[in-house]
Ligand binder design. Structure first.
Ligand code: SF4
Length: 104
């Protein structure tokens, strides 16, 4: 599966949802997640993200993010169309430690 990581927090550009053939993105207040059981590993979303927030879970260090994607994709609503990014997305796109600062 592919997973959405910390870089999405406070940005949520949503370019990824337009290209997903199985509509497996789910939307929270501050970020998107991918449902790991619905993702078919096609990889087309990865290059669409302007902040590089989507990676295959075969990359190291993504265990926490895989669990977070799994957990929240069960309760957040499905998102299938691109919408405006969060208002301060550009100001937050290169920020570090976004999980600690903003994720609730
Ligand atoms: Fe959707 Fe493909 Fe990205 Fe999985 S890898 S979330 S199926 S676009």
């Amino acid at each position: 599966t592919y997973v959405v990581n910390e870089k999405c927090i406070k940005c949520k550009y949503t370019d990824c949802v337009e290209v997903c053939p199985v509509d497996c993105f789910y939307e929270g207040e501050n970020m998107l997640v991918i449902h790991p059981d619905e993702c078919i590993d096609c990889g087309v979303c990865e290059p669409e993200c302007p902040v590089d927030a989507i990676k295959p879970d075969t990359e190291s260090g993504l265990e926490k993010w895989l669990e977070l994607n799994r957990k929240f994709s069960e309760s957040w609503p499905n998102i299938t169309s691109k919408k405006d990014a969060l208002p301060d997305a550009d100001a937050h796109k290169d920020e570090s430690e976004k999980f600690q600062k903003y994720f609730s």
